[in-house]
Design a protein around this ligand. Structure first.
Ligand code: ZN
Length: 511
């Protein structure tokens, strides 16, 4: 632990017992920050609880000054009732018995009429169809000094039927089958996204916009999950051919990689020179594999760039930024290599990496280590694989839990510090960093989810560590309707600590 960080923690700790604050400083005390303190929230949560009541709770308990509200919820399934917070003061309704909209803004549907994809039509049988949340929340939010951001998450392959026409732009895998979400190179998909942004920013008075997808590339799908490689649609083939990348060679190479991983899953004989050697052999003989992967990520970058510039052209002061999902922020090495934060920052006002420290424990164990053990890292033990992860992703192994402790302990606030710091160093002065702090994020079990309540001290520490690493804001994530009041209160306490220490630092008092 460096000395500045130790000083901060000492100072923060003293706040609980003393009104005479010592003059310790933050790593970035020279630039006093007015932090963004946000919450990710679904539109129906505010309408269920009542807008005023909901805003008061968020401001009073969690110090929230910015609302990140979904303008469309096509990506969402039905959240099981057992993981919803029950202490907000309003009875929780069973989500299975509800008929909620997916498109929460009023827009000109005729604008989409000529395209392959439309939006969900306005229907009177949908709950809240007579409400216009983004219009209704504006004044109550402003009255409280709160900002309103729209938030869009791309709907993936398991939600194709939520959007009219979405299947027409679905990706094609290396075997020629429709598979996964929309193709980032499909012109009709891009047009739909940009028009959606255009209407949203034109029709509503928004302070900010957050956009992002939660997908990685074909290399990760094959090597980490044993899934087929996408996308090989005509648009992707044309794009790659224009870059001098041979589609047949790429398809052949991915086929060989896929067969190798499937054989490993089935515990067939280890290749004579070893699995990793065989993987590297295929990559060297078919460099088109890597090129295809990189072009896929560049297509996503082009969409995010255009989203940003579309919003800024209409509303120059809008705070427009990127959602970076957990696999991209924390464990997918191919994405990390292809798209560094410095690249994202060229076309974003802020970057919001997901840094859910508690739930990263089971996610790392079951979504990363165990999956890789069955596939590309089959030759390593789980302990060796975890050690490799810590070493190559910038963590100090002795500060982190070992395999058997991941489920129970999660990764701790040090992980939040490390990843926030990395993001800050990457973006430099080009963009702000809003750390996505995980609160009461449930865990997936067969047939549903189970609650995974946060420890208040852990949430508070994560907020403190994010600020100590230089975050320009913290965002309570992932969904407000999962967050229990003690957790929201702990989030607010972390914010209070930052504000108090910062205030004391700028006053120049000495201990
Ligand atoms: Zn494609």
């Amino acid at each position: 632990m460096n000395s500045t960080r130790r000083q901060f923690l000492q100072a923060a700790g003293s706040l609980a017992t003393s009104c005479c604050l010592p003059g310790y400083g933050f790593a970035h005390e020279s630039a006093k920050r007015d932090p963004m303190v946000g919450v990710q929230i679904a539109p129906h949560s505010m309408l269920d609880e009542g807008i005023d009541r909901c805003l008061d709770l968020l401001q009073g308990e969690a110090r929230v000054n910015t609302l990140f509200i979904y303008s469309q919820t096509y990506h969402m399934g039905v959240t099981p009732q057992n993981v919803l917070a029950t202490d907000h003061g309003v009875p929780v309704r069973d989500p299975r018995n509800r008929n909620l909209p997916n498109y929460w803004v009023k827009s000109d549907h005729s604008e989409f009429a000529g395209g392959l994809i439309q939006h969900e039509p306005q229907r009177d049988d949908l709950e809240y169809s007579d409400r216009d949340l983004f219009q209704e929340v504006r004044k109550p939010a402003s009255d409280r000094g709160m900002k309103v951001y729209a938030r869009i998450l791309e709907a993936g392959g398991n939600r194709m039927d939520n959007i009219p026409g979405y299947r027409k732009v679905q990706t094609i895998d290396h075997l020629g089958h429709r598979s996964g979400g929309p193709c980032w190179n499909h012109p009709a998909y891009r047009e739909w996204v940009f028009k959606t942004i255009e209407q949203l920013v034109t029709n509503y008075d928004l302070d900010g916009l957050q956009y992002g997808a939660e997908r990685t590339g074909p290399m990760s799908h094959v090597l980490f999950r044993g899934e087929t490689a996408t996308c090989f649609c005509s648009h992707c083939i044309q794009r790659n051919q224009e870059k001098g990348i041979d589609a047949d060679r790429a398809r052949l190479g991915y086929g060989k990689l896929y067969s190798l991983i499937k054989a490993t899953e089935q515990k067939k004989a280890r290749p004579v020179d070893g699995l990793l050697t065989e993987v590297l052999r295929i990559l060297q003989r078919f460099p088109e594999i890597l090129s295809w992967d990189y072009q896929w990520f560049l297509a996503d970058e082009e969409i995010c760039t255009q989203v940003h510039h579309t919003a800024k052209a209409i509303s120059p002061n809008i705070d427009s930024g990127r959602h970076v999902d957990h696999q991209r922020s924390s464990w997918d090495v191919f994405y990390r290599a292809a798209v560094p934060y410095s690249t994202m920052a060229e076309n974003a006002d802020f970057i919001k990496p997901i840094l859910y420290h508690e739930t990263l424990g089971p996610r790392l164990r079951w979504w990363v280590l165990e999956r890789m053990k069955d596939r590309v890292l089959n030759e390593l033990s789980l302990e060796q694989s975890l050690s490799l992860f810590y070493s190559t992703f910038g963590h100090t192994a002795k500060e982190m839990p070992q395999v058997e402790a991941l489920d129970a302990n999660g990764l701790g606030a040090t992980y939040v510090y490390n990843e926030t710091k990395r993001c800050k160093l990457g973006v430099g002065s080009h963009a702000k960093v809003y750390a996505g702090i995980g609160i009461d994020v449930p865990w997936y079990v067969p047939g549903g989810m189970e609650p995974r309540p946060s420890r208040p001290d852990s949430v508070e520490a994560a907020v403190v560590q994010a600020f100590e690493a230089g975050a320009d804001g913290v965002l309570a994530s992932r969904e407000y309707n999962e967050m229990r009041v003690p957790s929201l209160r702990a989030f607010g306490k972390g914010v209070d600590q930052f504000l108090a220490v910062q205030s004391n630092s700028s006053s120049g008092s000495k201990p």
